[in-house]
Design a protein around this ligand. Structure first.
Ligand SMILES: Nc1ncnc2c1ncn2[C@@H]1O[C@H](COP(=O)(O)OP(=O)(O)OP(=O)(O)O)[C@@H](O)[C@H]1O
Ligand SMILES: [Mg+2]
Length: 255
């Protein structure tokens, strides 16, 4: 009997039924079939979400659980609830996360990205410098298409660490072209430790920088992050070197 079930299930492309049919309590026929189908739907949703998370290229799979929002200042028009409900994604709006090192920008962006994947959305995560290096390497051989397509076909593109390393002219132009393609087609979360006034320093070209910022800021919510680095706090508590004065000095230096 199980052999026939396996064969019919394969024909109907629902092979998982063989593993699941014994997991559902039987009360009556209608309830049994309905509950079995529901279990299959949930399993498929879950597997799709895990696939989307793998494809997104996150460096880890942080979630919003345990995230401390105290370093984050929200702009008018966005609050914690609407950010974590991913309303910006539905409206194809952008989010810019700007501020001090170690205050949770990357962690928050990844947590939102993972949540988007769980909701069935496609996400692509890249660190700016890694992306530029990859594109510069693949472009001359005409092989940059897949990377670009993966980004432009995603519902959400997360671009991390803009501003940590200055770009060459070719890299800056490459990044500009990626962001131009994304503009108004998808949501972008851009993360930087530099305020816009200093982006010239990393892109090197004033006109290109102005055009880039213009695209990113349009339909965008700007979140600012401030305070002491969590990495520093953790290091201090690990070494039990809980020096209040040192923390205060560092906070002043970072603001
Ligand atoms: N607000 C926060 N709530 C909980 N954990 C945090 C928070 N901020 C930072 N952390 C923890 O501190 C570490 C550094 O955080 P994260 O990488 O997100 O910082 P960042 O702002 O992206 O820093 P950088 O500018 O150096 O890239 C991570 O382990 C993260 O989990
Ligand atoms: Mg970061």
């Amino acid at each position: 009997m199980v052999t026939r079930l396996r064969e019919y299930a394969r024909t109907l492309r629902m092979s998982e039924v063989v593993d699941l049919y014994q997991e559902v309590e039987f009360q009556d026929r209608l309830q049994y079939v309905t509950d079995l189908l529901l279990l299959m739907i949930e399993g498929r949703k879950n597997r799709r979400a895990q696939r989307l998370i793998r494809k997104a290229g996150f460096p880890n799979t942080n979630t919003l659980q345990g995230y401390d929002f105290s370093p984050v200042t929200f702009p008018s028009g966005l609050d914690q609830g609407s950010l974590t409900d991913l309303m910006f994604l539905e409206k194809q709006e952008n989010v810019l996360m700007v501020g001090a090192v170690g205050t949770g920008k990357t962690r928050l962006a990844i947590s939102l990205g993972v949540k988007a994947c769980l909701a069935g959305k496609t996400v692509k995560f890249h660190r700016a410098t890694d992306l530029c290096n990859t594109l510069l390497e693949l472009y001359p051989a005409g092989k940059a298409g897949k990377v670009n397509r993966d980004i432009s076909s995603a519902d959400l593109f997360i671009l991390d660490e803009v501003g940590y390393v200055p770009f060459s002219k070719a890299a800056a132009e490459m990044l500009f072209s990626v962001i131009s393609n994304s503009y108004e087609n998808q949501s972008i979360i851009t993360i930087s430790n530099l305020e816009f006034g200093r982006w010239n320093e990393i892109f090197g070209d004033e006109r290109l920088t102005a055009a880039l910022i213009d695209r990113l800021v349009h339909h965008a919510h700007i979140l600012t992050f401030s305070g002491v680095s969590y990495r520093l706090r953790q290091a201090l508590s690990r070494t039990e070197h809980d020096d209040e004065t040192f923390l205060k000095d560092t906070t002043l230096a970072q603001t």
